[in-house]
Design a protein around this ligand. Sequence first.
Ligand SMILES: C[S@@+](CC[C@H](N)C(=O)[O-])C[C@H]1O[C@@H](n2cnc3c(N)ncnc32)[C@H](O)[C@@H]1O
Length: 334
Amino acid sequence: MKLAELKALSKEIAFADTPSLGLRDRVDLIWEDGRLGLYALAKREVLDLENCAMMSPALEAFFKAYRERKPPVRKGSVRLRVSPTGARGVWLDFANQDVKTLFDEKTYLQWLSSMAFVEIGQRRKALVWRDGAPKLTDPILQPWFETYDANMRSIPLYGPVGGFSQAGFVANRALVSEVARQVEASGLSDWVELFSGNGNFALALAARGKRVTAVELDSFAIQGLERSKAERPELALEVQRADAYLKAKTLPALKGRGLLVDPPRAGLRQVLDWLAEGERPQALVYVSCFTDVFVQEAEKLRQLGYKLEQLRGVDQFPHSAHAEWIALFTFAGL
Ligand SMILES: C[S@@+](CC[C@H](N)C(=O)[O-])C[C@H]1O[C@@H](n2cnc3c(N)ncnc32)[C@H](O)[C@@H]1O
């Protein structure tokens, strides 16, 4: 059914070969009234999970250990992650009053710290212990995720537990490989990437000898990317912090370059106006996790003179209506 939604764009659409279970290495859960799980829209309540076939074995083991003990607050959001080396991270996004309750109660946080790195709140503060007392410090960025060079060797990606990353390592390998394949197929060596996050594609392309300017708004993602860049000074990678929707005038010039985009669900929006008005990139690789918007924007790109050359899917959200699409467009002229 997912593939059928894109049949009008390309008859040859297919998914890369990935397993249909165990693809998640991070999960976002809701804790409410003694239940830990996902929000069941129809019932308007949290569906308590005991296990989950979508989690990787390492994440599911962490999840089962985590649910052994109930937090002494009524509700909140919980993210669990495992890193490529098996480190465990938890991000508790609870109301301030509830965080205070946890600090006063102390034993829950002690128990949690004994099994995972703990991060708290919207500002991603790290939990540390001083003289037996819990304290919050500045965020600590760690290699929770990874991308891959041409030999599929790991390149660490730094961020807070609560930062954006793709959902899991296995599907991300397929995603990065497909993006790299389409970039190679374009024949271009100089790329601008908008919505780059902490460098999943930018570092992978730079490690394949491409020149890349990465543009991102989130300051944690920028810090993480700067750290990776400092570790790999040989890479031809520039990093720019900008709002890709609102600051079109400050975005890098596209003449003779390729444009890679992996926008949030809202899609490219004003970036399409920028493409309509300014210099067209010779090739555009569009990565999308939201089919409806992708289909609409593919049509707008066609009207702007782009031809869809290749389209591939990575089914990284099996058993849901979502998937990841990777499309190569070339500028065919008006
Ligand atoms: C779907 S993620 C892509 C991340 C990256 N490609 C990856 O694989 O990890 C979208 C990214 O767009 C960034 N973003 C959202 N709004 C933005 C804006 N207005 N300008 C620039 N980046 C933005 C988010 O912070 C996020 O990192």
